[in-house]
Design a binder for this molecule. Structure first.
Ligand code: AMP
Length: 403
């Protein structure tokens, strides 16, 4: 009888303890703890039953993600020992940068789930491989070719016409690996700039708008795309995103279908930023895919039913994807460090209805460094042109000045 009493009294406690361990969320590792890692960590903080802890790997001590609660391993993104250490500590790894070492990640797939998969990352990391992959799957891109010699550049110029873009195949971002060749005489200079790097060439696209689709695919194969947005760049860096793009619905739908098809063939799990051109004759060409949450998706934090950060986590955890409905038209404006200043800055503030300032907690401003963004949300149906006017005044009040 005593034994029976003991079992009956202990069983509920064991049950509760068992349930606690059974329900414990996963430990998420993120390679990169910059602003994207930070906003992923914030999304994870709201999903405690699915994600119990976040560990980021980033070379900068006190990186933005660490300031919102992520543990940090301070190491280079490509440090194989540190990545292995991260894999051993985590249940699932993702990344906020595309320059991780896909070979090291491949070798760790036995240790830890990695999404998007290193295979997908490998396709995307090399612009030439990426373009070949898209072309093979009948997804339209600008005409392109591998480049191994000066003669090949000349021959492609005679085929494509001038101008052309000579691009480094790997490691470039924000247009840094691009050289626009407008005359045959510039070829030696272009080759000198990219000496020792593998190269490709592209026909210059005469586009009327740069756009992007934030697309997501979950580990169970569910695909959802956000509405098409318009991107305005200055010196190859994203200045603002207008959601939705100011373009007719046929083009928007076409772009969203292209993004959907890309996700079908790419087989990656997570959120992907798919950058595209709309040409003067209304064709939609993919320029580049980012295998991660994307700057042009920051508007989703306030504009959409599900933010791109939550969506990414849902996708890699195999949860049902959230709604991608755009509830409010929104403009996202990037806050960049001024060109003539490096150092500690005064954090700006703004007090304007429907305006959401997000600073990334970076200690120092550097020329053109992304240090925050503002979302201007059209809750009063003012229309995009009015929002653009407001953004002009807002941008003056969020200028970065020394502390
Ligand atoms: P990327 O780093 O290749 O994404 O290119 C950076 C920027 O260069 C893009 O946002 C475009 O403004 C421009 N660009 C890239 N490829 C082309 C192209 N084939 N034709 C025209 N502009 C391009």
């Amino acid at each position: 009888i005593q034994m029976a009493f003991l079992i009956v009294s202990i069983f509920p406690k064991l049950f509760v303890i068992g349930m606690f361990f059974f329900n414990m969320g996963k430990i998420l590792g993120i390679i990169g703890g910059g602003q994207l890692g930070m906003m992923l960590t914030e999304a994870a903080n709201n999903m405690k039953s699915e994600i119990s802890n976040v560990i980021v790997l980033d070379p900068t001590k006190n990186c933005p993600a660490s300031k919102v609660g992520a543990e940090q391993i301070v190491a280079d993104f490509k440090d194989a020992t540190a990545i292995t250490d991260l894999a051993k500590k985590c249940d699932i790894i993702t990344y906020e940068i595309e320059s991780g070492d896909s070979q090291v990640l491949k070798s760790l797939e036995e240790v830890c789930e990695i999404n998007p998969s290193p295979e997908t990352l490998e396709i995307i990391q090399d612009k030439l491989v990426q373009k070949k992959f898209l072309a093979k799957n009948n997804i339209q891109v600008a005409e392109f070719s591998e480049i191994l010699s000066k003669e090949q550049i000349e021959s492609k110029i005679s085929e494509f016409g001038l101008p052309v873009l000579l691009k480094t195949r790997t490691g470039a971002y924000d247009g840094r690996g691009n050289f626009k060749i407008t005359s045959l005489g510039q070829i030696p200079e272009a080759l000198e700039v990219f000496k020792g790097q593998s190269l490709m060439i592209e026909k210059f696209v005469d586009f009327k708008m740069e756009v992007s689709v934030i697309a997501s695919r979950s580990t169970s194969g569910e695909i959802r795309t956000y509405p098409l947005v318009e991107n305005i760049h200055e010196d190859n860096i994203l200045k603002m995103t207008i959601a939705p793009a100011r373009i007719n619905e046929t083009i928007s739908k076409n772009a969203e279908e292209i993004a959907h098809k890309t996700m079908e063939v790419l087989h990656g799990a997570g959120v992907f930023g798919i950058e595209m051109f709309v040409t003067n004759d209304d064709q939609v060409l993919i320029n580049e895919i980012a295998p991660r949450v994307h700057n042009s998706g920051h508007h989703t934090l306030q504009s959409s039913k599900t933010s791109q950060f939550e969506q990414h986590l849902r996708a890699i955890l195999g949860l049902e994807l959230g709604s991608t409905e755009l509830v409010y038209n929104t403009i996202m404006y990037n806050i960049l460090g001024p060109r003539d200043f490096t150092g500690i800055y005064k954090s700006p503030s703004i007090d304007l209805e429907n305006t959401f300032l997000k600073m990334y907690g970076k200690l120092e401003s550097k020329p053109q460094r992304k240090i925050g963004h503002v979302n201007l949300v059209d809750k009063d149906n003012l229309g995009t042109e009015k929002l653009l006017e407001i953004i002009n005044t807002v941008s003056d009040s969020i200028k970065i000045i020394p502390a």
